[in-house]
Design a protein around this ligand. Sequence first.
Ligand code: SR1
Ligand code: MG
Length: 406
Amino acid sequence: MAKYDQYFLMKPEDVIEYVKDQLDVFGPDADLECKEIGDGNLNYVFRVWDRKSSASVIVKQSGDTARISDEFKVSIDRNRIEAEALMLEDRLAPGLVPKVYKYDPVMNCTVMDDLSDHQIMRGALIKHEKFPLFADHITTFMVNTLLLTSDVVMDHKEKKDLARRFGSPDLCEITEDLVYTEPFNDYKGRNIVFPPNKEWVEREIYGDQELLLEVSKLKFDFMTRGQALIHGDLHTGSIFVRPDSTKVIDPEFAYYGPMGYDTGNVVANLFFAWANADATIADPAERADYIQWLEKTIVDVVDLFKAKFVKAWDEHATEVLARTPGFREWYLDTVLDDTAAVTGLELSRRILGIAKVKDITSIADEALRLRAERICLTAAKEYIKKRTQFRTGADFVAAFRRAMAQ
Ligand code: SR1
Ligand code: MG
């Protein structure tokens, strides 16, 4: 039996051999080097490059245990979901995801474009860099991948066939637990609360029964409403950026769920960048300038999404009842409700739960981190409880500003 006919977790030296053996990307004289560069919670990411030329690729392999904690056993089939989602997204939203060169169902690895000329957006935002085209790019990505995989546009039988190919039960369970349950009901005892915020969190979050009821409704909605093929983890750590380019990566959580799960994740993570900038940019003029850019980006993400959604609906809707007067507006309102709700859920879970974000944890000053966390959590409660009141980008920004003023 050949070495790569049976699954095992590769080391960098195996990946070099694998790439030489299985791929046509590098010439016979290539002098390959490989480094594991993954810093995510789940997978192993290898960068392979030829010292003699500029050629390079990424090999991403899934293991059966999460890197963040061995408490999470995770099906290695998620690598298939990621590869298939990337290939579909490339057709629906060309240029906005890395190209896949090979998916290997035995080794559970995918070979794709190396995006080393981009940077992970979360890190870039923490360095207070601006990306003027981001809102335009990400709204195209979301409208195209969401609306065009929904029953509004797809033949309903084909949509059901497609839905069957996605949704890892293990990864859905992670989202159900880490996003929808544990931040509000620490039933597995896994939350990690910043100690100076403990009493406040016990009172304002764990003690809020109205919040828990709304979250319970949202959890069942996530589990049962297969609206579109969502990316499922569209935070700023899943996005590579350059000033002129945006590439969405990591769709291993892809699943037929509510569209607002993706839009809400993007909005929430821009608010994390805002909370970070508020806490870490010392110069008031510089701080105001950066926050103004973030604010405009959040407004544009919501408002451009709405405008492109309406245009794409009119161009592509095939479902006969989608043309019923008032239906499109009703449908878009449900997406905005979910966007607000998920903005609140993501803001909460990244502060209270096990999977934190650097935007907040890197705030060194204790008082400033405490303030940043409370701003995010106060706004989160409003996004969740009053989710039907957010209809424009300005509505989202105003709630965050209210939380800052408290
Ligand atoms: C156990 S995995 C924790 C988180 O990392 C992933 O990127 C998802 O956001 C998940 O919730
Ligand atoms: Mg990920």
